[in-house]
Design a protein around this ligand. Structure first.
Ligand code: PLP
Length: 387
């Protein structure tokens, strides 16, 4: 049996009859960049997340970069970011000239450990970039508290967490307004901005690159609109060194159709994750993911941990048996060659380092069949029992 890591054709089959006429219409109108569909999708996606404004941009990476620029973060500034995330999170910080300052994660959620944030704060710290890794919300309540106390911006990297919900227990504040964390709300609506990627394999993916920043702040929205479009205020007045980072109309049209399916697809990911959890619950050396009480996980990634140095062998055996498996991510960011000059060393973030050596991601995409899940489980059991 073959089990690919992801099968996008299953999604396409479900939506193709809706997509084709919409695309045909765009081709005929020739309205390719920042067209009508873009502003409609910006409204619809912001609304879906429970905030007022969305600004469509070129990619998830650019959504983070432009959000940092919108807060004038750059040379001399520091931004706190988890050591265990995809490299795009910290690269976006580096593009601005600011310094990424890494922070360790929690062993159970794989997200930033709120208790460790404060010791990373200096006079130069301007923001915390929170990543909702794998589709599980980071614990926002204590993070909002630290940010409020030190007057820091919160940038949420939601690239893996479209539709994920978070619920705390109290009423927090982010400096300007009260945040009712005791009500369940979508990630991206807690911080100053929420940043999304629509890379094709994300939970909500386009037919190319795409991204969006969502915000409740009209001024931030206006700044982002300017930054994504050559820094211009109107056609010929350039008031800032802006960029070319726009969401194109075709992607927005695809995303508008797919947004209607997001809940169904997220529910399916969750159902698949629960099947794996059940079938793998008592297998030795295997740790299944934990869904925290404050988070409604959307399983962009189903990350399994294999204890006792068994991960690399397991990956090899899964591949040999026709199973698509990926490691998200084998090297924590503080140990990446690109960040050598920041002076971090092995042992600085022990939890990130250990998790990076134990995780592997199994296929969990909407449309995977239960027989395929059973086959993956069977192979995993063979691997651990033969070791
Ligand atoms: C995918 C991803 C990004 C980058 O998004 P792109 O659209 O590929 O630029 C950023 N952060 C995280 C956590 C991601 O998973």
């Amino acid at each position: 049996m073959e089990v690919p890591f992801i099968d996008l054709d299953i999604q396409y089959e479900e939506i193709k009859n809706e997509i084709k006429p919409v695309l045909e219409n765009i081709y005929k109108k020739g309205d390719f960049i920042l067209g009508e569909e873009v502003s409609q999708f910006e409204k619809e996606f912001a609304d879906y997340c429970g905030v007022d404004y969305g600004v469509g941009v070129n990619s998830g990476t650019d959504s983070l970069f432009l959000a940092l620029k919108a807060f004038d973060i750059g040379e001399g500034d520091e931004v706190i970011v988890p050591a265990f995330t995809y490299a795009a999170s910290s690269l976006a910080i580096s593009y601005t000239g600011a310094k990424p300052v890494f922070c360790d994660i929690k062993e159970d959620s794989y997200n930033i450990n709120p208790e460790l944030i404060e010791e990373e704060i200096t006079d130069n710290t301007k923001a915390i970039m929170v990543v909702h890794l794998y589709g599980q919300a980071a614990d926002m309540e204590p993070i909002l508290e630290v940010a409020d106390k030190h007057n820091l911006k919160i940038i949420e990297d939601c690239a893996q967490a479209h539709g994920c919900l978070y619920r705390g227990t109290q009423i927090g504040t982010n400096g300007k307004e009260q945040i009712n964390t005791d009500k369940e709300r979508k990630v991206g609506s807690f911080g100053d901005v929420g940043c999304f990627s629509f890379y094709p394999t994300k939970n909500l993916g386009s037919f190319g690159d795409g991204g969006m920043v969502i915000t409740k702040d009209k001024e931030v929205r206006d700044k982002l609109r300017m930054l994504r479009n050559y820094g211009r205020k109107d056609k010929y007045h350039h008031v800032d060194i802006g960029y070319n980072s726009r969401l194109d109309t075709v992607q927005a049209a695809v995303l508008r159709v797919k947004l209607n399916y997001l809940k169904e697809w997220n529910d399916e990911r969750k159902k698949n994750a629960k099947l794996y959890n059940k079938k793998l619950s008592s297998v030795q050396d295997v740790i299944t993911p934990t869904e925290k009480e404050y988070s409604r996980h959307v399983y962009h990634v189903y990350a399994l941990r294999i204890k006792n140095d068994g991960r690399d062998k397991a990956v090899e055996k899964l591949k040999d048996n026709g199973i698509g498996v990926i490691i998200h991510y084998p090297i924590p960011l503080h140990l990446q060659p690109v960040y050598e000059d920041l002076g971090y060393k092995k042992g600085d973030f022990p939890v990130s380092e250990r998790i990076a050596s134990e995780v592997l991601s199994l296929p969990v995409y909407p449309g995977i069949k239960e027989e395929q899940i059973d086959y993956v489980v069977k192979v995993i059991k063979q691997i651990v029992h033969s070791s």
